[in-house]
Design a protein around this ligand. Structure first.
Ligand code: ADP
Length: 874
């Protein structure tokens, strides 16, 4: 049997878009068929029906109205599907035969532009990864704002750094070449990035084609101008990204015009564990903003400012000049409250300029968007004049970057109605006085419109029908409605058109004549308004890059104002940042915990760490005393300083850090099939292999995931490795292994700190105060008591503890010390192994060793065995 012509057309199009759900436009609906319909009806929770398509069985089918399609598409995108939008590309009224249809756009998680599908405070990144045996190229963009970046990683450990970058970028979708399939790396990318990942076929990775795409997109003659002529990996990643965009978007990428080529060394590098552990932009488990550093610092007034703040926190600076610029600007904004308040008022009135520019470039902007653009531009001159001579060079530079965009303001102000509709095809957008042609047509129908408007009154009077009404609907056009009780008064020239329960609807020849003039003119007006609107939008497209530069300056200002606002409110101070090695914090506080603490006040603490005598702070103290809080607060204060924010302390001196590493808590990665201990050791390996003399390491309870001796040995070896390494990396190390505290004075740079607790009547009170020296004990049972563990369990634990303490094998530190001193050199080769444990001789073992087995009888042997057993039991 033959397929119906429409289904034939459907099949031909679907053939080309196998990996997408095809939204096939049929009149006012998008329809889906076959497998697509089954999947979509399940995922979107809509009814599955069937359609005759020329075969015996019906084709499974489901559909959604075109005007509500966004929310349905959003559901599919969220679940990782791709949606191909197939439109009617000719007017059905004039089409001969079947209406021509084409796929006009493919929507994927990383290429969403519709406002309804985007989170305004978050970028929607699409990342492209090109992996090779020599390194990795990354390119990523947000087509809703026009941002596009690229970098490449070539040095050792590039795969790990690639994963770190992906965590930082937090892309919604990642595309990669087939090489990423090797050794299951793609799964690792999936788990670490949480993005939808697809492997693209080889034709996306042809060097010449990639180059051509890039030159065309950025309208340059050579790659040199872009600064990537020697970055083969970047070129491949970027080429594939652009090819993918052309394929999915088909048009409207002109706003991706400025390529940002970055070097990961240009920022403080944060590995994936650190970004998560320090809860920079979301909490570790619940993934909420509230409870994260962003939750405290983000008081931005614009969505683009909020997005930029996220970037700044994930990418703190490591260039002193740039850090200083931000800090100085924040200082001025903190001091000049009036200036800050005025800027705040202006910022509140600015819409998401970046995304408005994106929508204008993609051809998605409507009349409301243009009014939002005009209203945002309105405040720019004020903002510029506030900043122009404010006395801070960075803020003044921002002012120079802001364009007052007065041409666009005038254009929109003269042309677009104050409250335009959402649609752009149904008129009501263009202001009177902007187009002579439009005004003339509008004028020509004024008489007809007012005749219709007055018809109800005149007819009521003429006929005496009090309930007479004039109405309009799409099927019959204008009509005169008369209720039942007045039927006998209906005049002869009324022609009946429709009968309803209680009334009849009529037309008159005269009414139809006027209606035809009015409706024809209205169609013309709508068409003309649409054309004029497109012209205006096109004119604005010429200013996209100016709008983008302006919005970049506005969002930076927004973040700085927010930093100063929070700093003033929460009593932060300006840190003294320098290129030295010392981190000195006086009365530091944890920025998040101090705002969430329920009972009592946050206890501030000092930190001093350098690369000489205090490079390794060994922190002991019971659980819940505040060790993690103290270490995190140090890391966060460093990070905030380098992001350009003031810090929660009375004073802070920060020697710039190139990387912060954290190994905090037990982050199980069972999804990846790795044990907690394996993850812990992998993270540790990464830290020890890549930390530099400028790094800061935070280690919390290293070695806990294995047996006590194993764990203690590993922790000990790590302390020794770090203290002896030539870098003397600044390290904060919290541990339960009290044995390690004996290393103070032996290990170069090691300082013991502990968190003070008070013991009273068998209970402990946490003072949260960091003091010098080591903790005397662990107080584990006290903490268990506080947590409500039953008394009988606590008693048994206490008994067991006494027994264990009495029989514990002690570690002979004297021996170790002697060994070290004998070597005369505190700094050892990094690879050298030393036997740092030496246990006190065990009498049982010693006696066994001394036995001469050849010269004792079996009964003597039994006697000795009995003695040994007794000795062991004691
Ligand atoms: P530890 O790492 O020693 O087990 P945490 O750092 O996790 O302890 O702290 C436990 C809790 O103690 C925190 O959640 C917080 O409520 C409180 N706390 C920690 N440090 C302080 C402080 N400096 N001031 C007040 N409360 C604190």
């Amino acid at each position: 049997m033959q397929l119906t012509p429409m289904m034939q057309q459907y099949m031909e199009i679907k053939e080309k878009y196998q990996d997408c759900i095809l939204f096939f436009r049929l009149g006012d609906f998008y329809e889906m068929f076959f497998e697509d319909a089954i999947t979509a009806s399940r995922e979107m929770e809509i009814t599955l029906t069937g359609k005759n398509y020329g075969q015996e069985e019906k084709a499974p089918m489901c559909g959604v109205p075109y005007h509500a399609a966004d929310s349905y598409i959003a559901k599919l995108i969220e679940k990782g599907y791709k949606v191909a939008i197939c439109e009617q590309v000719e007017d059905p009224a004039t089409a001969k035969g079947i209406v021509k249809r084409e796929v006009v756009q493919i929507i994927t998680p990383g290429t969403v532009v519709s406002q309804n599908m985007l989170n305004e405070r978050e970028n929607n990144y699409l990342a492209s990864v090109f992996l090779h045996e020599t390194g990795a190229g990354i390119a990523y963009c947000d087509i809703s704002t026009g941002e596009i970046n690229t970098t490449q990683l070539t040095s050792a450990g590039y795969t790990e750094r690639l994963l770190n970058e992906l965590v930082k970028i937090k892309a919604k979708e990642v595309i990669a070449n087939d090489y990423a399939n090797l050794d299951g790396f793609i799964d690792e990318m999936k788990i670490t990035s949480g993005a939808y990942i697809s492997i693209l076929p080889d034709q996306y990775y042809i060097r010449n084609a990639a180059e051509e795409f890039i030159l065309r997109q950025f309208q340059v003659k050579s790659l040199k101008g872009l600064g990537i002529e020697e970055s083969d990996l970047s070129i491949m990643a970027l080429g594939a990204l652009l090819a993918y965009l052309f394929e999915t978007q088909k048009q409207g990428l002109s706003h991706l015009s400025y390529l940002n080529v970055y070097d990961t060394a240009g920022h403080m590098s944060l590995d994936k564990a650190t970004i998560k552990n320090l809860e920079l932009t979301e909490t570790l488990f619940e993934k909420k903003i509230q409870g994260s550093l962003l939750g405290v610092l983000d008081k931005t007034h614009t969505a683009m400012g909020s997005r930029k703040m996220k970037q700044w926190l994930r990418e703190p600076l490591n260039n002193l000049k740039e850090i200083q610029e931000r800090l100085d600007a924040v200082e001025l904004l903190s001091d000049q409250i009036l200036l800050r308040n005025n800027l705040k008022e202006s910022l509140k009135k600015i819409y998401d300029l970046e995304r408005l520019a994106g929508r204008i470039a993609c051809g998605n902007a409507n009349g409301k968007d243009l009014i939002a653009l005009r209203n945002s531009i309105f405040v720019l001159p004020d903002m510029k004049s506030e900043l122009a001579a404010c006395g801070d060079s960075f803020l003044e530079k921002l002012e120079e970057k802001m364009d007052s965009l007065s041409e666009i303001y005038d254009l929109i102000d003269q042309s677009i109605q104050e409250e335009p509709p959402f649609t752009i095809k149904e008129g009501g957008i263009i202001k009177e006085g902007y187009s002579l042609d439009l005004d003339q047509i509008k004028h020509s129908i004024k008489d007809g419109q007012s005749w219709i408007a007055g018809l109800e009154g005149t007819e009521k009077e003429r006929t005496g029908i009090k309930s007479l009404k004039v109405g309009f609907n799409k099927v019959f056009g204008y009509y005169i409605e008369v209720t039942k009780s007045y039927f006998d008064l209906v005049p002869e020239n009324y022609i009946r058109k429709q009968t309803l329960a209680n009334c009849e609807r009529y037309i008159t020849p005269e009414l139809k004549e006027v209606e035809s003039v009015v409706l024809n003119a209205e169609t013309k007006i709508n068409q003309l308004e649409y054309e004029i609107f497109l012209e205006i939008r096109k004119k604005i497209q010429d200013y996209i890059s100016v709008i983008q530069i302006t919005s970049g300056a506005v969002s930076t200002l927004d973040v700085l104002v927010s930093f100063s606002e929070v700093s003033s409110k929460l009593g932060y101070v300006k840190p003294q940042v320098n290129k030295g090695d010392v981190i000195r914090i006086e009365k530091g506080r944890h920025p998040v915990i101090e705002t969430t603490i329920k009972d009592g006040i946050f206890v501030s603490n000092d930190t001093y760490v350098d690369r000489k005598d205090s490079s390794m702070l060994l922190i002991t103290g019971p659980n819940m005393a505040g060790k993690s809080t103290y270490m995190r607060q140090t890391a966060l204060i460093v990070l905030m300083s380098q992001a350009g924010c003031f810090v929660p302390a009375e004073a802070a001196q920060i020697g710039i850090v190139d990387r912060i590493y954290t190994r905090i808590g037990a982050s199980d990665n069972l999804a990846q099939g790795q044990s907690t201990f394996f993850v812990e050791m992998s993270e540790l390996a990464y830290i020890l292999n890549t930390a530099t003399e400028k790094s800061l390491i935070i280690l919390d309870e290293i070695g806990r995931g294995t047996s006590t001796y194993d764990g203690l040995s590993i922790a000990w070896a790590v302390v020794e490795y770090l203290c002896n390494s030539k870098y003397h990396v600044r390290t904060l190390f919290a541990t339960h292994y009290h044995e390690l505290t004996s290393l103070e004075g032996i290990m170069k740079g090691l300082k013991n700190l502990n968190v003070d607790v008070q013991e009273k009547d068998g209970n402990i009170i946490f003072l949260h105060k960091i003091v010098e020296g080591s903790a005397s004990r662990s107080y584990g049972i006290h903490v268990a008591k506080l947590a409500g563990v039953p008394a009988s369990v606590l008693e048994t634990a206490q008994e067991k503890l006494h027994q264990l303490e009495a029989t514990a094998v002690s570690i002979d530190l004297d021996h170790y010390e002697k060994e070290l001193l004998a070597e005369q050199s505190p700094v050892k080769e990094e690879t050298e192994q030393i036997s740092f444990f030496s246990f006190a001789p065990n009498p049982v073992v010693e006696r066994l060793k001394a036995l001469d087995l050849m010269n004792i009888t079996p009964s003597q042997a039994f006697g000795i065995l009995e003695d040994l057993k007794k000795a062991a039991e004691n």
